[in-house]
Design a protein around this ligand. Structure first.
Ligand SMILES: *Cc1c(COP(=O)(O)O)cnc(C)c1O
Length: 409
């Protein structure tokens, strides 16, 4: 082995060697613990992004690290020619904790949705015939970046240049019951919705809307799919958002926080629906591998306790109170705050439309990592273990950032 020190890498290296699918920030994170993160210069940041709703237990959570290390010393991978103990435990825990009887594991949110849409088509064809294939989805929704999931997603820009696209996919306005009633006919095999739209602007569904979708699906034999990749796993204060709404889907997809940063996705469904898949219908090499499953089980066991979820709700109450005060104090910058639990969005006012990114950039310079959702919403997704003091610190930095945004130095 060479003793030579490898040439240093920096943000500039990204522009030299990476396919330019992202425009990453100027700072390069090197280490993180809890909600604290340090960059290459040793500068500390308070992380209110959680890697986009992924590291919900904070960075390097000791129980999750333990599960990973222990499993790494035991069994990493053995393919789906064999099953394994961690995935069986995880499948049992997720089905016991939810409406679902069955789980399918994969490696990302897009793959979980891909499995859900394929299963819905297959179920529709088997039960009702080849005509039952239309998929209804919402404008501004996000379901992943495979060709199928990006076509189901409600952002036309993301399918530009990728034609020909999968067929029989229709988009309707989110939270519009009349539009749903007009669109959901007998040829619809699935209706897919995020209970809280994440990428689309941190917009919660109205409970009457989800209830109406449930009724329309029951009346037409369509499957109701909830994409909880971003809003699930405790983010809204319930283990899954559907529990808080009291509306149960036929298929639920999860990923992101399911692995707290270790890649894993899951599609959960009922016995009846799962029966449309048989050996050979669908699969993936890494799906349900022991390492991911062991990590995910530790995450689930930590999040899914009444005390943990009650703390999310309590933290949310303080956070929303502080964010509402910011909206009140800066009416020229923000129009409102919306969201559920620890998934909150500050909506830009008329006068500042399109400028959300300018504020998150200033906040980052001052040590607070934030996200946007589109150009008009600042998205705040702290780890669910956030303390009251960290909420107050973040809101203090955010206020400073808004002051600087209003009076550039
Ligand atoms: C992030 C996200 C996805 C895609 O997940 P990946 O792991 O990036 O494939 C799908 N749906 C929703 C709601 C998401 O937020």
């Amino acid at each position: 082995m060479s003793t030579e020190v490898a040439a240093p890498v920096s943000r500039k290296t990204y522009d030299e060697v990476m396919v330019p699918t992202y425009a990453p920030s100027a700072m390069v994170p090197v280490r993180a613990l809890g909600l604290d993160l340090w960059d290459q210069e040793g500068k500390r940041y308070l992380d209110f992004t959680s890697g986009i709703a992924v590291t919900s237990l904070g960075h390097s959570h000791p129980d999750v690290v333990d599960a990973l290390v222990k499993q790494a010393h035991t069994l990493w991978h053995c393919s789906n020619i064999y099953t394994n103990e961690p995935v069986l435990r995880l499948g049992r825990a997720l089905t016991e904790a939810t409406f679902a009887d069955r789980a399918f594991f994969c490696n990302s949110g897009a793959e979980a949705n891909e499995a859900a849409f394929k299963l819905a088509r297959k179920y529709g064809h088997e039960k009702f015939g080849a005509n039952k294939s239309r998929i209804i989805s919402c404008l501004n929704s996000f379901h992943g970046r495979t060709l199928f999931t990006v076509t189901v997603g409600g952002t036309p820009k993301y399918t530009e240049g990728f034609a020909p696209l999968p067929q029989a996919i229709e988009h309707i306005a989110f939270n519009d019951i009349d539009a749903a009633r007009a669109a959901i006919g007998d040829d619809v095999c699935a209706v897919v919705v995020e209970p809280v739209q994440g990428e689309g602007g941190v917009t919660p569904a109205r409970v009457e809307y989800l209830q109406a979708l449930r009724e329309l699906c029951d009346a037409t034999g369509a499957l109701l799919i909830f994409d909880e990749v971003q809003c699930g796993m405790g983010r809204t204060g319930s283990l899954f958002a559907y529990m808080g709404y009291g509306v149960t889907p036929d298929i639920l997809t999860s990923a992101k926080a399911l692995g707290n940063g270790y890649p894993i996705g899951a599609m959960l469904t009922t016995n009846t629906v799962a029966a449309s898949f048989a050996p050979g219908s669908h699969g993936t090499t890494y799906g349900g591998n022991p390492l991911a499953s062991a990590v995910s089980l530790a995450v689930l066991e930590t999040i899914n306790t009444p005390e943990f979820l009650a703390r999310v709700t309590a933290a949310s109450a303080l956070f929303v109170e502080q964010l509402e005060a910011i909206v009140r104090d800066y009416p020229q910058v923000f129009s409102t705050v919306r969201g559920k639990g620890l998934m909150q969005g500050l909506v830009m006012a008329e006068a500042t439309r399109g400028r959300a990114k300018e504020i998150t950039k200033i906040a980052e310079d001052h040590g607070l990592m934030l996200l946007i959702a589109g150009m008009d919403v600042i998205r705040l997704l702290p780890a669910l273990v956030v303390s009251d003091a960290q909420i107050v610190e973040a809101c203090t930095i955010l206020r400073r950032a808004v002051d600087l945004f209003l009076k550039p130095a």
